[in-house]
Ligand binder design. Structure first.
Ligand SMILES: [Zn+2]
Length: 460
């Protein structure tokens, strides 16, 4: 081990186990992690003396992992959680029920939903999240800038994506006219947001990606133009793909091909893209997605909640070469945004599809850390505890009634027992959650205002 630096910002010490998820998948009993200037400065075991630190966080009784990374979400939807008129519809039915509600979104609602959504994720052990905001009602201001303000206040690492819809009901699409925009407007605003907020540097706190809602909610021309713009600006591409069997029926009618063929034909089959869900690729399509290095945001709760009978072929996609990350997805398909819950869901669904030998807790941990980081183009930078990587970690208390008797394997116990939330969530060396509480102030006020905004969206 290289000698630790003389003084650092933060040391997390006393862990029962540090699961680094590094190249050797080192697991260090009694380990510690030191963070300086937002990056991991040293990782050590009980025989190594940690450096002096300005702040020390105790991780006694905890499993310490890299922070979990959320690769798919629609944070604004927490304004319409478990909305009764939509809860038992199919995917297409709940979308058409909720679009008129979401057309009331404004900057205040975007800020509040982001504050609540990011805080919820932090408490559940997430340190980096994307958001896919695809509703931009006319004249409502800069919704993504409002979300970024909330992320900065909380200290979360944030990858908002500039979502878009250009096909409304009159074009044979699902959304009302009031929430769609034309292609030129979408592309110009995408470029503006990248110029204003995207930080390509190592350890960046904010990055922007471009994200047409789905191949059936925008024109093929916009899909192609978005891919070209992403290439020019060197940013990533995100969309929904193969989420529901209805999608292939729609693609057959509209484009005369399967939805993944359409995805290829508009220039998205590349390692610049990561897609949400990907439940229904056929084996040949799994091979093509893997060979191209297309990332997949696996959303276990959403996969189960939407129903439809399919289970995302996660093991096959990973074997074919696709990075697979973890996503909680938005409300209605998942009204609870806990990445611990999604990691457990990935464990359970993986075994349901592939049998008991196919998926263990370490696979789920890897998906939620390294796999997610690769989806976001940040392999080696996020989702791993090694010198030079981002100082993002979670201390998970494996204590009390839920963990009594779990003595032999803290990583398996982490997902098999529980539920568990974060004791400490550290982002860039700063505690966002300490002793189970948010370190940002103002929660009560935000919740009160969030309720007012939710009532306004849900009013008849
Ligand atoms: Zn989604």
């Amino acid at each position: 081990m290289t000698p630790p630096p003389p003084g650092v910002d933060l040391v997390v010490t006393g862990a029962e186990l540090v699961a680094t998820v590094d190249a050797e998948r080192r697991e260090i009993a009694g380990g510690w992690v030191a963070i300086e200037d937002g990056l991991v400065a040293a990782v050590g075991g009980p025989g190594d003396v940690p450096p002096d630190a300005a702040e020390v966080l105790r991780a006694d009784g905890c499993l310490v992992t890299p922070g979990l990374i959320n690769t798919h979400h629609h944070i604004f939807q927490n304004l319409t959680r478990s909305y009764r008129p939509a809860v038992n519809g199919t995917l297409f039915q709940w979308l058409t029920t909720l679009y008129p509600r979401w057309s009331r979104l404004d900057e205040e609602a975007a800020y509040l939903s982001a504050w609540v959504g990011l805080a919820e994720l932090a408490l559940g052990g997430c340190t980096t999240t994307t958001d896919h905001l695809y509703v931009h009602p006319r004249g409502t201001g800069d919704l993504i800038a409002a979300e970024i303000t909330a992320a900065r206040e909380l200290g979360m690492r944030f990858h908002p994506t500039r979502g878009s819809m250009s096909l409304s009901e009159k074009d044979g699409g699902l959304p009302p006219d009031s929430v769609v925009q034309d292609d030129d407007e979408i592309l110009a605003d995408s470029e503006r947001l990248v110029a204003a907020h995207h930080d390509p540097s190592w350890g960046a706190m904010v990055r922007i990606a471009l994200a047409p809602c789905s191949p059936f909610s925008v024109t093929p021309q916009l899909m192609t133009a978005t891919a070209e713009l992403a290439e020019r600006l060197d940013v990533r591409l995100h969309t929904h793909l193969a989420e529901d069997p209805d999608e292939d029926r729609y693609a057959a009618e509209r484009f005369g091909k399967r939805t993944i063929e359409h995805f290829e034909d508009v220039g998205w089959m590349s390692d610049r893209s990561w897609v949400a869900h990907c439940i229904y690729p056929d084996p040949a399509e799994v091979g093509r997605l893997g060979a191209a290095g297309v990332g997949v945001a696996h959303c276990p709760s959403s996969n189960m909640m939407i129903g439809g009978g399919g289970i995302a072929p996660v093991a096959d996609l990973r074997a074919a070469g696709s990075p697979v990350g973890l996503g909680c997805d938005g409300s209605a398909s998942t009204d609870c945004a806990s990445l611990w819950l999604e990691a457990r869901g990935a464990l359970l669904l993986g075994r349901m599809r592939g049998g008991p030998a196919s998926t263990g807790a370490r696979d789920a941990l890897e998906i939620g850390t390294r796999g997610s980081a690769a989806c976001l183009g940040r392999e080696g930078e996020l989702g791993v505890l090694e010198v030079g990587a981002a100082g993002d970690l979670v201390c998970w208390p494996l204590e009390g009634i839920p963990f009594a008797g779990a003595l032999s394997d803290p990583v398996e116990a982490w997902l098999r027992c529980g539920p568990v939330a974060a004791r400490h969530t550290v982002v860039a060396g700063r505690a966002v959650v300490r002793d189970g509480e948010l370190t940002a102030t103002g929660l009560e006020d935000v919740l009160r205002r969030h309720r007012v905004a939710s009532e306004r969206l849900q009013a008849d």
